[in-house]
Structure formats: C-alpha cells, structure tokens
Design a protein around this ligand. Structure first.
Ligand code: SAH
Length: 343
C-alpha cells in the first residue's frame, strides 16, 4: 500500500486519522504539535505517543516532502536561498531574509507558474504543478531549523501564483498562524497575487485575515497587458475595486506591488497616472526596482526610482509608498529571480 503524506494535514484531519487508527481524538492535537510546533524529523521523537501508534505511523505515513539540494548564503547580506527537490523531482526555491530583528521567509506555492509575466524568471518555466500543503509547510520548517533567528514574517512571493493553489496556500497559512503550529500573527503572513479576480473576491468574501498584495505593475491596461498576459482577463480597474473592498472590510490595507521596469512603466507620467488611479483608495504601494534576469527588461537608474517614489509621496493621499530593494541580489534570490535551477 502506498504511504500517505501526513505533513500538511490540519487538526481535524489528524484527529480523523487517529480515530481511524483506534486512538483518541485528543492524539490528533498532539500530532499537530509534533508536526508543526516542533517540526520533528522522525515519528520516533514523539515521546508522548505510544510505541504501537508510532509504528503504525511509520508504516503508513510519510513525514518529509522535500530534500535540500543546495543552500546558498549571500555574501552581501544575511539572506539564504534554498533549493529543494520534491519527491517527484521538481525543484523549488525558498529565500530566508534577515534584517535586524525581522526574519522574513519567502515561500514558493508552485513548481513553476502558468502566468507568463514577461519579466519574471519563474514564468519562463511554465507550470509543473501545485505544491501540497505539506511541501509549503516543509519549506518553513527547514528554515526554522537551520537559522538561529526566529521567523517573524512569511510572504508568498516565491515561485508560483498562490491563488492558483488557493486551498493549499490557505491551509498552510492556517498552520503558520495556529498557536499550536508556528504561532505567527495573521498580519505577519502576506499572500501576493498577480491578480486572479475570482480568488481575490473569494478571499474577501471568506473574510480571510492574512495580508493581501496585488501585483499591479502598471498604471494602465495597455502597459499591463503587454507585460502581464493575465490582464486580458481581469483589468486594472477590477483589481483596484476589489482592493478597495479588502481595505474597507478589514481595516487592513491592501498592498499594491509595482515592479519598476526601465522605459516601460517608470516615467513621471506613469507615476502621476498611478497616483491618480489609486487616489482615494486606502492602500500601501510597494515599488520594487526590477531584478534583472535574462531577457530584455532592465532596472531603471536610482534617480528615476527616487523620482517615481517622490511623485507618489507628493501626491498627498491616503496611501503609503515604500521602495523595496530585494535582498540576496548576488545569489539571484530577489523577487522574480527564482527559477528552481539546479546549477
Ligand atoms: N505570482 C505572485 C507572487 C510571486 S512574484 C504575484 O505575481 O504576485 C512576487 C512579486 O515579484 C510580484 O509583485 C512580481 O510582480 C514581482 N516580480 C516578478 N519578477 C520580478 C523581477 N524580476 N524583479 C522584481 N520583481 C519581480
């Protein structure tokens, strides 16, 4: 009989598993804590679980979903890029970034991606498959085990489109948030989407509490469609309308990401158009200077980036603007540089 993966199961699923094995429901909670709070690497470490049940688990369940192929520390800052191999031989990457007391882990939600945003390295791979909840959780367990610095933030900004893998991303987030799991506040978990409108609306309707970021990347549909084919399906106005709804509902600001691409979306007119577009929308704007990968796009020079940000700042409004310089540039660990390549 083929073994089932236990990593990624939630509280209820673990309770059911226990009952089916003739154990009490209570054991499910114990398993949850062993799996996620302690991140055990062997069923035999579960000291309050009887031996025969541990044997049963060993016989029927798999604990590990990923193996580490490579762990690459940056020489410029305290970031580390980890390359994992899945059990069916796909490669995914995770980035750990430490700055002062903040330790942010950037997780992948898919091997590859179907979206084909033209500036993104992951987009060039095409979609291999969605990651399971266990594979998402195992990325974080690995980082937690291999750094001294406690993890303070999780962002779904690695490989893939999180909202194409909605259920697994949210199940994993629930495990990260659970006091018996990773105990991270909901405001410390951010899900970033290229703009899948039905899933954004579902997310709002379900009153999910994690932070939401939408990758806008342009101030009009013409430019956005050129760089992000998904825009043919759901336009900027649709996204902004939903973003506004999110901000209003949760008293939690929607974040709009905007990758600055030289000569494409970085002019003073673009900045003004963006300012007007987001006027009256309570939101945060994250400007991301482009991280170059193979291809035709380039990062604007610093003066252009500063000017763009100043124009937004000066256009007095409700939003907050931040320029986000990606970490781990020397190890190609920046936003959009993850290609899961085994070098
Ligand atoms: N698919 C999701 C999450 C992954 S990308 C999304 O699109 O939001 C995370 C962020 O990195 C997005 O805002 C994306 O626009 C940005 N990005 C992609 N490639 C980039 C690159 N080469 N340089 C800088 N940012 C990039």
């Amino acid at each position: 009989m083929e073994k089932i993966c236990i990593k990624g199961m939630n509280h209820e699923e673990l309770q059911t598993l226990c009952i089916e094995a003739g154990e009490t429901k209570f054991r499910g909670g114990q398993l949850f804590e062993w799996l996620y709070r302690h991140g055990i690497s062997s069923f035999d470490s579960m000291s309050n679980i009887n031996k025969s049940f541990r044997e049963h688990l060993n016989e029927h369940f798999i604990l590990h979903t990923l193996t580490v192929e490579n762990s690459l520390p940056s020489e410029e800052d305290k970031s580390v890029k980890i390359l994992f191999r899945t059990r069916d031989d796909h490669f995914i990457e995770t980035v750990s970034m430490v700055e002062n007391n903040r330790h942010t882990v950037c997780l992948s939600s898919q091997a590859g991606c179907v979206l084909d945003c033209h500036f993104c390295a992951t987009g060039k791979l095409g979609l291999k498959r969605n990651l399971s909840t266990g594979e998402i959780v195992d990325q974080l367990i690995y980082v937690r085990e291999n750094t001294d610095q406690p993890i303070t933030n999780v962002v779904f900004m690695g490989m893939g489109e999180p909202f194409h893998n909605y259920d697994n991303v949210l199940n994993a987030s629930d495990i990260f948030h659970s006091p018996k799991g990773f105990n991270l506040a909901s405001t410390r978990i951010t899900i970033s989407t290229a703009g899948l409108l039905p899933q954004i609306n579902k997310y709002i309707k379900e009153k999910r509490r994690y932070k939401l970021a939408i990758s806008l990347n342009a101030s009009n549909d013409k430019v956005r469609t050129k760089i992000m084919p998904i825009n043919k399906k759901w336009s900027i106005n649709d996204l902004i309308k939903s973003g506004k709804e999110y901000s209003n509902q949760k008293k939690r600001l929607i974040m709009f990401e905007y990758v600055l691409l030289k000569g494409i979306n970085d002019s003073e007119e673009d900045a003004l158009e963006l300012a007007r577009l987001l006027q009256g929308i309570p939101c945060k704007i994250n400007l991301i200077p482009y991280n170059e990968i193979e291809g035709k796009y380039q990062r604007p020079d610093e003066a252009t980036i500063t000017k763009f940000s100043e124009i937004l700042h000066n256009y007095r409004d409700e939003y907050r603007v931040l320029v986000r310089w990606s970490k781990g540039q020397d190890i190609a660990a920046g936003c959009g540089q993850l290609a899961g390549q085994k070098k």
